[in-house]
Design a protein around this ligand. Structure first.
Ligand code: PTT
Ligand code: SF4
Length: 610
């Protein structure tokens, strides 16, 4: 196989063994890579009902056929496992040198099984695999851990590690790399911690093999040049994802005070222009010429790399309007390895619960010191932090008394940084995403705001499905960054061409959509298998707040979602997806996608519709 290495590395931490294994070409053709590989492996290999934090769960690091080649933004890696936060399929996409090094070491994915007896570092150096004592690193934060490992293995080693959040199994702990890249929102860091795996280091020396090496080199070089010619490149370089704060504020969708409002009176103070005034440097993922990581000195004089989601969730959503203080909270989240979206969400919920008298602790809005202390308590699971470490769905269940009305999640994953009181398509995108409420699969909101936010039209359903195919399908399986396409207009047509040069396989849009749908329906099968009889369409409905409590500020004052219309939108979506009224793919749908065996197995858990 060209483009792909054709090999997985399987590591068993309980036995201290590792072996390379070849995988079938059909795996590459049907699932392509990244999320496709991850969900196929987890579906095939996990028993139903596996405890996500037990040795039986598997952690998968998966790349795609473009990962690591000299082409724009190819330094990305999918990290996946059954999620301890949601109980369903979980993954994240992290920009890291580990992606490039794993591929150069000869593997397209690494599957980690079992649990090490003691804290361990997994070292993969081409075909040599070592299990190194990680006792000295246990207890260190993610920055300290990576620094120490790079002192031992050199600056080009690809390191993925956890901080104390992952060690202590905070259910939204993620995996960190390169001091400011983090991935695996639905608790992939906690899964790593449960396996006593402090870090993974990849070092690879082989050249990736392309089907058409000359064309690959030329196309890659041309693609880098093309990105530089795009008119929006210059402003992107100035602000990166931070430019979205101003956009969200202008359009009334900036999560504020636990998604109570869509505008924040201090938005300017935490926005892209404010960031530009205090930026000290820029960083990015490997292989990228759009380097969007804007680094500022925070209020503690430490460096902190800012992105839209981080700043919104730890800023407006908790009522904090001081950028340097927001940056300091972001920095400690990275150090501890806590997902900033879930963190800001659970903090906002705690602040509101405190205000409403649902919890006895005083958790004031927007107070830096108290919030910082609470984040530390979450990372170490102390006091109220112990409860909050379970994620917002868990906290609301524990509190009871109707608290779930303000718990902003879908399927247990905290909603990312777009308020949807006024955007039904974005609410649908969150609700039907493969991992719970993440914008990753379909960031439909910018299109929706442009084309008319009030409607619940069929066009919205079509757009959500189209984006889920491109973003959740193409980008997560090719495993390259999607931002060149979305943010600077690097045309989608480049990707099949790059795939052809790398693999020699021609895929048109219809075959790419087929792959995307196969992956999407398999992730849904995974969820339905896990939830079994408890699965129902309420799992695809966003939080009550957006239906029941209109926003009270800004131009959209008085707006909220309409429950009956949303229900019809969801029905329409199900029909177009070939799913039944419970949101479960029918046998015919599975069959069309070549997933007959999946249907046969799933039918044992939940009776499928013909
Ligand atoms: C992603 C989610 C996002 S999405 C952000 S900011 W964003 C948050 N970043 C966090 C962080 O930082 N530290 C931390 N402790 N927790 C964080 N949680 C949040 O995680 C990220 C970029 C961004 S910045 C985005 S949109 C794009 N996401 C991509 C994707 O999902 N797929 C893909 N093919 N390309 C993408 N490109 C962009 O990558 P999750 P990163 Mg990320 C510090 O992890 O779990 O997928 O959730 O990986 O390397 O930091 O790059 O406004
Ligand atoms: Fe990473 Fe940003 Fe480049 Fe994407 S655009 S690869 S997130 S630096």
């Amino acid at each position: 196989m060209d483009g792909w290495n054709g090999k997985f590395l399987r590591v068993n931490l309980s036995k201290g063994k590792a072996a390379a294994e070849n995988y079938a070409e059909s795996m590459a053709r049907n699932y392509v890579g990244g999320r496709g590989f991850a969900v196929k492996i987890l579906w095939d290999e996990l028993e139903w009902g596996t405890d996500p934090l037990s040795p039986d769960n598997k952690l998968v690091f998966a790349a795609g056929p473009l990962t690591g080649f000299a082409l724009p933004s190819s330094g990305k890696l999918v990290v996946a496992a059954k999620s301890p936060l949601t109980g369903g399929y979980g993954d994240g996409n992290i920009g890291t040198q580990a992606a490039v090094q794993m591929r150069k070491a000869g593997y397209d994915a690494t599957i980690v099984e079992g649990k090490a007896e003691k804290p361990t570092v997994l070292l993969v150096d081409d075909d040599a695999v070592e299990f190194i004592n990680g006792q000295d690193l246990w207890g260190l934060n993610s920055f300290e851990t990576e620094k120490k490992l790079k002192e031992s293995y050199g600056p080009t080693a690809g390191v993925l590690c956890i901080g104390q959040g992952g060690e202590n199994r905070v259910r939204f702990a993620n995996i960190v790399s390169q001091e400011g890249r983090a991935g695996g929102r639905p608790g992939m860091g906690a899964v790593m911690g449960s396996k006593n795996l402090k870090a993974v280091v990849f070092m690879g020396s082989a050249e990736l093999r392309a089907a058409y090496p000359k064309e690959m080199r030329e196309l890659g070089a041309e693609a880098y040049r093309e990105i530089l010619t795009k008119p929006s490149y210059a402003f992107w370089k100035r602000q990166g994802t931070m430019m979205t704060i101003e956009w969200s504020q202008e359009n009334g969708v900036l999560p504020t005070y636990n998604y109570r409002e869509g505008v924040f009176d201090k938005a300017d103070a935490i926005g892209g222009f404010a960031m530009e005034k205090v930026r000290v440097s820029q960083r990015g993922c490997p292989q990228c010429n759009m380097t969007c990581g804007n680094v500022v000195k925070d209020s503690q004089r430490k460096e902190s790399e800012l992105d839209y989601e981080n700043v919104t969730m730890l800023g407006s959503n908790i009522g904090l309007g001081n950028l340097k203080q927001v940056a300091a909270l972001n920095r400690i989240a990275d150090e501890f390895g806590l997902d900033t979206i879930s963190l800001g969400n659970v903090l906002g919920f705690a602040m509101e619960a405190s205000e409403k008298g649902l919890i006895k602790e005083k958790v004031p809005w927007g107070q830096f010191k108290a919030t910082k202390a609470l984040i530390e308590d979450i990372a170490f699971k102390r006091g109220l932090g112990y409860l909050l470490a379970g994620g917002v769905r868990y906290v609301a269940e524990k509190i009871g008394r109707g608290a779930d009305r303000w718990a902003m999640h879908v399927k247990g994953l905290e909603i990312s940084a777009y308020d949807c009181h006024t955007t039904p398509a974005m609410a649908l995108a969150y609700s039907t995403s493969s991992i719970g409420a993440h914008h990753k699969d379909a960031w439909v909101i910018s299109w929706e705001v442009k084309t008319g936010r009030e409607s619940y039209s069929t066009a919205k359903v079509d757009k959500v499905i189209e984006l889920q195919r491109i973003r959740g399908g193409l980008f997560e399986s090719f495993t390259v960054c999607r931002l060149p396409w979305i943010e600077v207009g690097f045309e989608l047509e480049w990707y099949p061409k790059l795939l052809y040069a790398a693999t020699g396989i021609e895929m048109n849009w219809s075959s790419l959509n087929m792959v995307a749908d196969r992956i999407f329906n398999l992730t849904r099968a995974f969820w339905v298998r896990e939830y079994g009889k408890a699965w129902n369409r309420a799992m695809d409905i966003p939080p009550a707040r957006w239906f029941d409590e209109p926003v009270t500020k800004g131009a959209l004052k008085g707006s909220k979602l309409d429950r009956a219309k949303y229900d019809a939108l969801l029905n329409n979506y199900y029909v177009k997806r070939g799913w039944d009224e419970r949101g479960i793919p029918t046998k015919v749908t599975f069959e069309k996608l070549g997933l007959r065996e999946v249907a046969r197995k799933l039918d044992k858990h939940v009776k499928l519709t013909a």
